[in-house]
Ligand binder design. Structure first.
Ligand code: ISL
Length: 566
């Protein structure tokens, strides 16, 4: 079913910009809005339909803007409100949509609401946050923060603890309070009045906490922050989302994309089926968890291609009338070629394979800055190079607890730390990769001379050229957003194949990927309805034999369904 007038996002590709690291225009080493404006033509050439812009609001930047101190102003590091208005205008002139990142689960502790809330237990804004427990030495419950340590912080001033699921400078808002909800809705409308086209809602399914803040479920798996089942997909979440939908998003025809940890395909359908009037799509974490073991993110294990196929298949088949988003990386994830591909020996091939395999499924595609040129993890040498609060806190905690050796923890941070994808975008071989003429806030990747937009643009066989083709195919082949999908069984788990088809279409697409470094002869074992040579897209030159598959080879065919080639 097409979501009527909102259908634009179904075959869309949205580009995620992390403003601090995208393009500095002022020479202070920090990316800014004018820098983004300068690069809009690059985005148009890439063929994307819009931008998801990570937070640019006033903020002490403890969590790089996910700690907002004023929702209605722009962080001066990024520019002014005039710059922002110009960005909206310049984007719309190019037919690009603007999706703002919006953090509604928490604010900064420097937000005026929190400052007022903490003045006393009787403050009119006391109830806008979660306060509990007057014994300084006893946490109200056993929940842990996503960024290590307890989720409660003692406030000396007013003599109670407050809840912070993330950093202690990110207190959680209390959505039970109707005045807070009114204020949030009015703020969202204010941005929509400025012309923004929708929101990416940060951890939105965590906003409704269980009454009484019960201790964590004793069976809580070790990989989750303790307590998560008490607030993820909480008791009033659907009601709160519908309120936002009916009173804010729907009247403006704005889209709402929910970041949603702890969501299954079945629950994603509940959140995103149009008749539910909640969200338009969610970001799930099942794919991103595939290289984590039982102890969570830092417990790294190699990707199993069988698991990759199963997760992809289930998110395609089990989401019913809901809508999916497709992503390979973002500002919270290290680089995908290091994680699921082969950054050392088959960087180009594996980057292209992963993109084709992921973005030709049904769903709205999200490409994170640098992914389209195959940027790789940063070769960290010392913890002093890190900027991310998550990695820094984790290392501190490990040292304190002594559960892992520092060497083991450091190795995990080097591989999975969020700063890997937060180092500056590499535009050219110029100073600082063309990112800034000043001293960048975080190191520039040492390979900027080699992996950069300028080099990739010159080469027709580059990762960037492949992304450009892929994004255009997503737009021109309606089958991708509207057709059915079938995953075809193969004798090897590393050989993932699916077909895209529809009763209404005279042709179908077949995507086949050899996920891994093995060269493979498929003659005897694979019976695909595929022609000899007619490829829509591939990541190797025409093979000598159709049966031999190179390492990390992906082929996409467009075939007529009645045995005829189109
Ligand atoms: O990044 C994570 C693990 O490495 C996640 O647990 C992440 O914290 C979670 O996905 C929520 O992310 C979002 O909210 C955070 C912010 O730090 C992230 O950048 C944001 O994407 C708190 O606002």
């Amino acid at each position: 079913m097409i979501h009527s007038e909102k259908a634009w996002y179904r075959n869309a590709t949205i580009y995620q910009v992390y403003p601090k690291s995208f393009q500095d225009s002022g020479g202070d080493g920090v990316g800014d809005i004018r820098g983004i404006i300068r690069r809009l033509d690059y985005l148009t050439d890439l063929g994307v339909d819009g931008v998801w812009l990570c937070p640019i609001y006033a903020s002490p930047m403890v969590d790089n803007g996910y700690d907002i101190s004023d929702y209605r102003s722009i962080n001066p590091d990024f520019g002014t409100m005039e710059d922002f208005d110009e960005l909206v205008e310049e984007m719309h002139r190019r037919n690009l949509k603007l999706i703002m990142d919006m953090v509604l689960n928490h604010t900064s502790d420097e937000h005026a609401w929190f400052k007022e809330s903490r003045t006393s237990r009787t403050s009119p804004k006391r109830d806008w946050y979660h306060w509990k427990g007057s014994d300084k030495n006893k946490s109200p419950n056993d929940w842990l923060s996503f960024f290590s340590g307890p989720a409660w912080e003692w406030d000396e001033l007013s003599g109670e603890h407050y809840l912070h699921l993330f950093h202690k400078k990110q207190p959680d808002l209390n959505w039970e309070n109707p005045e807070l909800r009114e204020e949030v809705k009015s703020m969202l409308r204010w941005w929509l009045d400025k012309g923004v086209d929708g929101f990416r809602l940060d951890v939105i399914n965590l906003i409704s906490k269980q009454a009484g803040y019960p201790d964590a479920d004793p069976d809580c798996p070790a990989e989750q922050p303790r307590g998560i089942s008490r607030y993820a997909n909480g008791p009033r979440i659907h009601e709160f989302l519908r309120e936002l939908h009916d009173e804010v998003f729907a009247p403006y025809n704005a889209i709402a994309i929910g970041e949603a940890p702890e969501v299954s395909p079945g629950l994603a359908e509940v959140y995103t089926a149009p008749e539910r009037r909640e969200l338009d799509m969610v970001f799930h974490f099942d794919l991103m968890g595939l290289d984590s073991g039982g102890q969570g993110k830092w417990d790294i294990r190699p990707l199993d291609a069988g698991d990759l196929r199963n997760v992809m298949k289930s998110w395609q088949s089990d989401i019913g009338n809901g809508w999916n988003s497709l992503y390979l990386s973002n500002h919270d994830q290290s680089r995908i070629v290091n994680r699921f591909g082969d950054a050392e020996f088959f960087r180009t091939e594996s980057a292209k394979l992963l993109a084709a395999l992921q973005y030709l499924q049904k769903g709205t595609a999200f490409v994170y800055q640098g992914e389209e040129i195959g940027m790789v993890n940063y070769p960290w040498k010392s913890p002093s190079e890190l900027r991310d609060i998550e990695s820094i806190n984790y290392l501190k905690e490990i040292v304190k607890k002594g559960t892992l050796s520092f060497g083991e923890a450091w190795d995990a941070v080097r591989k999975k730390g969020r700063d890997n994808s937060r180092v500056p975008m590499c535009w050219s071989g110029d100073m600082n990769g063309g990112f800034s003429s000043g001293h960048p806030w975080i190191s520039v990747h040492p390979e900027y001379n080699f992996i950069n937009v300028e080099n990739e643009s010159k080469d027709d066989e580059s990762i960037l050229s492949f992304y450009r083709r892929l994004i255009r195919i997503r737009k021109s082949e309606l089958l991708i957003s509207e057709g059915d999908i079938e995953f075809i069984d193969t004798p090897w788990k590393n050989f993932i194949v699916y077909r895209r088809f529809s009763d209404a279409s005279a042709h179908e697409l077949i995507v086949a990927a050899n996920v891994g470094p093995e060269r493979r002869n498929v003659r005897e074992s694979l019976h695909l309805p595929i022609p000899e040579s007619e490829y829509l897209l591939r990541n190797y030159p025409l093979p000598e034999s159709n049966d031999i598959w190179e390492p990390w080879e992906v082929r996409i065919w467009k075939v007529g369904t009645k045995g005829t080639m189109e």
